[in-house]
Design a protein. Structure first.
Length: 257
């Protein structure tokens, strides 16, 4: 199977929700300038409060652990990873965040940021002062509900990640990761079948609790089984149904983490 060429594209947020029963979109790569399905939470926040545009270069920090919390950040273009440092100084990826998602929610209750946010590529965010947003929310029930929804989504993401790491085999983790990406792409009006991974395989492994070699080996296995086609960071999902079937299947092969 030949791999379709993929142009630069903005993709949807990747907090790691568990897989839902969503149908894939067309395999043709869509390139709308902005997501078109609905006015999402980010658009509601931008409409309610003043915001300042900010560009963040690849590898730069949007904020760092312990920085004072003043604002939420809506991702208009590009992508980020959220990171914590372990006690021995290693970097632990805790999530990926792409176009349409809001960063910085973790700082609302602490008044400081609980981790780092690092750009995976040249990106653009809008900075939304939280004090202004909070004051507006007290007068606007719809805006208040949206803030609560974002907090709830963050809690659900953390719970889903714990379940993923605690109960799934290596193959299931990677299959769930790819299906989650597919669903989020479709929800934003892009192709559910063809997309570019903005994160490295090592970063994927860090979030999923897997070694780099394990991620590469499983991707190669999925390709050999006809589930996906891989070329560098370009992914084409050949069979959504077969990829879903990996989750929960009785497979005697066990991958080292």
């Amino acid at each position: 199977m030949s791999m379709p060429h993929l142009a630069e594209s903005r993709v949807a947020p990747l907090g790691l929700a568990l897989v839902e029963g969503q149908q894939p979109a067309s395999a043709q790569v869509a390139r709308p300038r902005m997501p078109a399905r609905r006015v999402d939470g980010l658009e509601m926040l931008l409409a309610a409060a003043s915001a300042t545009r900010r560009r963040v270069r690849r590898g730069e920090y949007l904020y760092r652990y312990g920085d004072p919390f003043h604002s939420l950040f809506g991702i208009r273009a590009g992508s980020f990873k959220s990171v914590l440092l372990t006690e021995d100084g290693r970097e632990q990826v805790t999530g990926f965040h792409l176009g349409g998602e809001v960063l910085g929610v973790d700082g609302i209750g602490l008044d400081v940021h609980a981790g780092d946010a690092v750009a995976l590529e040249d990106s653009e965010v809008v900075e939304i002062p939280f004090a202004e947003l909070d004051a507006l929310a007290t007068r606007d029930p719809a805006l208040q509900r949206e803030l609560f929804r974002m907090l709830s989504a963050e809690i659900q993401r953390e719970r889903a990640l714990m379940l993923l790491l605690g109960s799934m085999r290596a193959e299931e983790r990677l299959a769930a990761f790819l299906i989650n990406l597919s669903q989020r792409m479709a929800a934003r009006g892009f192709s559910a079948s063809c997309f570019v991974l903005r994160m490295t395989r090592e970063e994927i492994g860090s979030m999923l609790g897997l070694k780099l070699e394990t991620v590469s080996r499983i991707l190669s296995r999925f390709q050999a089984e006809g589930l996906i086609h891989v070329r560098n960071r370009e992914i084409a999902i050949v069979s959504q149904q077969a990829l879903r079937a990996v989750i929960g299947r009785n497979d005697t092969r066990r991958e080292a983490r």
